[in-house]
Design a protein around this ligand. Sequence first.
Ligand SMILES: NC(=O)c1ccc[n+]([C@@H]2O[C@H](COP(=O)([O-])OP(=O)(O)OC[C@H]3O[C@@H](n4cnc5c(N)ncnc54)[C@H](O)[C@@H]3O)[C@@H](O)[C@H]2O)c1
Length: 325
Amino acid sequence: MNDPRLLYLSQTDVVATDVGMPEILEALETAFREHGEGRAEMPPKPGIHPGGGDNFIHAMPAYIPALESAGVKWVSGFPGNQHLGLPYINGLLVLNDPATGMPLAVMDCVWITGARTGAATALSAKYLARAESSVVGVLGCGVQARTNLEGLQAVFTLGTVKAYDIHASLSEAYSLEMATRFGIEAVAVSSPEEAVRGCDIVVTAGPILKTPHATIQAGWLDKGAFASLVDFDSYWHPEAIAEVDKFCTDDTPQLRFYQKEGYFQQIPPVHADLGELVTGRKPGRESPEERTMTANLGMALDDMAVAPLIYKKARQEGIGVRLPL
Ligand SMILES: NC(=O)c1ccc[n+]([C@@H]2O[C@H](COP(=O)([O-])OP(=O)(O)OC[C@H]3O[C@@H](n4cnc5c(N)ncnc54)[C@H](O)[C@@H]3O)[C@@H](O)[C@H]2O)c1
């Protein structure tokens, strides 16, 4: 019999389900294949901007029939939160039963947002980075820096991470944590340039800004390297972006949407989005010398690929609180 109660999963509950990165990567790859084949539904995300500036709260709905997943994420990003001792990203996700539309679960979305964004970088890197990539540069040592490295280490044999943050104490803490967690060499560096030069993979994960600070200059990204712009084009000078041979994204229509919103004003033509890479409609890396780059915007598709994994595991293990509708 159907149970007319929903499952509430706090942030601690979501973490307790302990869904692993390999499982998340597999679900994401399926979701992007379905999207690339036109078998998923995902309208562009509408948003509101309390307080103006770079604050946002976005509604992110998606339906992925192959994963029997339907729902919406309601997620905020407030850059000023760091000064208040609050996380930058916060929010909730509602998972619905695709057969009846009934709400199945309400869950915290912070962990999912971190994990799926790291997985999206890793999935892009699978198609765009050199298979033997081992040195990673990370700029902005917060939540994303951690999940992106976790995603990458699930796909590549990593040897070294070079970490930069505007707060040196944060890059040092990050390096210690990553060295212990993944058994790799981790070095806190004192300039953005040191975190980019000599790397096979570069991840920028500082704040998203409508007016890019454009710190990374042309000539810093090595030949043959891959870059993931988790913080959009905020960190990269247009001339540095123009140097890449293949500029990709996770979803071209959403990139066009963001361009209308004022982001990505100076980018090269899009080579492929992630659906096109995963389905083989467009080639990924074709030579070891190519510089490749993706600006993954983060999509409802990612979240709705992961949410059923959390829900199923929570149901199996009795995690969370059942609430009346
Ligand atoms: N594309 C996506 O799918 C997606 C998803 C989630 C978050 N994000 C973005 O990722 C970025 C990071 O998110 P988070 O949750 O890790 O935030 P966070 O607050 O946990 O970490 C951000 C870190 O960047 C540092 N920082 C700020 N300015 C910097 C600079 N100029 N150089 C180096 N470091 C700098 C901060 O000190 C902080 O440690 C945000 O811009 C967020 O909007 C993108």
